[in-house]
Design a protein around this ligand. Structure first.
Ligand code: PLP
Length: 433
């Protein structure tokens, strides 16, 4: 979202989903996480339209890790999406929200036996198996419970997406999935095919995050069809589903040039059509797992400005009442964001500042350099595009309560996660004396 695309009132207040952001800050307090639900729905529709036009069977499986709460799963259910989970906690939340179990995929490189039992007991849609121990554990669980389940194999296809190294997961040296080149994937396939309680429906790969080029997805689509052909020739098995993961890039600042969902999907589909035709294979069903692109641009973090530090000859530090506890990405990945002063949308730009968090770390700088109007205590800063991997990575560092989350849509606001209280912070503490 670029700041010029934002809506504001005649008073010069930022408007989110038809609601005044300054009023939200006053009503619910800050720091506050706000999601414009219409924006979430719009992105989902864009992904769907791109697939619909192709005539291919498909599923969009939202990557929960980007933002997972009961209300979010309810929106996904309304939109008839699938979702993936990567922990018992995400699975529990999805089920609590009434999300249909058969539309849930379970990811993770170290699922515990208890998590696999939970998946089997709840008859979830598919377990995406990551490693050999998991094959063994899942087999045990299925035998103990006399159940069967759909599975996919997560593969490491040896494709890197040229992005931040912490966000790369498809290259060979990765903690995720079965390596294709060394033959691990073939071995996993043979093991799974020999287990009658496992119904192998597809293969999965995720090549990275915040990807801006189609080339990585094109290579991945080619590679997956090549693997399908190899397995057809060697093992007489062809995966029905190719799951190409997520990673579709969004624009955090004007340095990022995202390409539309349709461009990614069109490239994936045309490559798969072309490659399967060339190899004489049937068209597979295609799955994707977008996380960031669905919730990132829909999220805003609101903060209240407190103190500031002006240093002669240097940028000032504008201190806000949140920081790395509600959005660790700038400190963790040097992630860049943009911000506006929500109560001064019509004011002229007068200064460039560091926007600093309140946590006791010099690295707790939310934005290194932001052009702003004259900022004063009590102003409300809105950080843009914070919807992915912000609240979901929130912590209680420095024993700060995690913020509330509010959904806005069509002029209405609804609290969907309460602000933590100090009592919540000591809820699990036990006395020692
Ligand atoms: N799928 C898998 C397996 C992932 O690991 C991730 C993110 O790490 C995603 C999907 C979502 O990626 P993004 O939020 O970049 O779309």
């Amino acid at each position: 979202m670029i700041s010029s695309e934002l809506n504001s009132s005649s008073q010069g207040h930022l408007i989110l989903g038809g609601v005044d952001a300054v009023e939200l800050a006053h009503k619910y307090g800050t720091p506050l996480v706000v999601y414009d639900v219409e924006e979430i729905r719009k992105t989902i529709q864009q992904f769907k339209q791109s697939f619909e036009a192709s005539g291919l069977k498909y599923e969009i499986s939202y990557a929960s890790k980007a933002f997972a709460t009961v209300a979010m799963y309810q929106v996904l259910k309304q939109e008839n999406l699938h979702t993936d989970v990567v922990s018992g906690g995400e699975l529990f939340t999805a089920l609590k929200a009434g999300f249909p179990a058969d539309k849930i995929s379970f990811h993770g490189n170290n699922k515990s036996k208890a998590e696999l039992e939970m998946a089997v007991d709840n008859h979830i849609g598919v377990v995406i198996i990551d490693n050999f121990l998991e094959i063994k554990l899942l087999k045990e669980v299925l035998e103990e419970k006399q159940q069967s389940i759909n599975v996919m194999l997560r593969l490491t296809p040896g494709i890197s997406a040229h992005t931040h190294k912490y966000d790369q997961t498809g290259q060979v040296d990765s903690k995720f999935g079965f390596d294709v080149e060394s033959g691990q994937a073939d071995e996993a396939l043979q093991q799974v095919l020999s287990i009658k309680q496992m119904n192998l429906i597809g293969i999965h790969a995720h090549i990275g995050s915040q990807i801006f080029g189609v080339e990585g997805f094109e290579m991945l689509a080619k590679k997956m069809v090549e693997i399908s052909q190899n397995w057809h020739d060697k093992f007489d098995f062809v995966p029905e589903i190719l799951n190409l993961g997520g990673g579709f890039g969004i624009s955090y600042t004007d340095e990022d040039e995202p390409i539309g969902a349709n461009v990614f999907i069109d490239k994936i589909i045309s490559t798969i059509k072309e490659q399967t035709k060339e190899k004489g294979l049937q068209l597979p069903e295609v799955w994707i797992e977008p996380g960031r692109s669905i919730v990132g641009p829909a999220g805003f973090n609101l903060y209240t400005v407190g103190s500031r530090k002006d240093i002669p000859g240097l940028l000032s530090y504008v201190n806000v009442d949140g920081g790395m506890g509600d959005n660790i990405r700038p400190a963790l990945y040097q992630a860049k964001y943009e911000a506006v002063v929500a109560n001064k949308m019509n004011a002229a730009i007068e200064e460039e500042d560091h926007i600093a968090g309140k946590y006791c770390e010099s690295g707790d700088i939310l934005i290194d350099k932001q052009a702003l109007p004259k900022v004063e205590p009590g102003d409300v800063i809105a950080m843009l595009d914070t919807g992915a991997y912000g609240y979901s990575m929130a912590s209680n560092y420095n024993r700060n309560p995690r913020p509330a989350v509010v959904f806005v849509e069509k002029g209405k606001d609804k609290l969907v996660v309460k602000r933590e209280s100090y009592e919540d912070l000591v809820r699990l503490d036990e006395s020692y004396i």
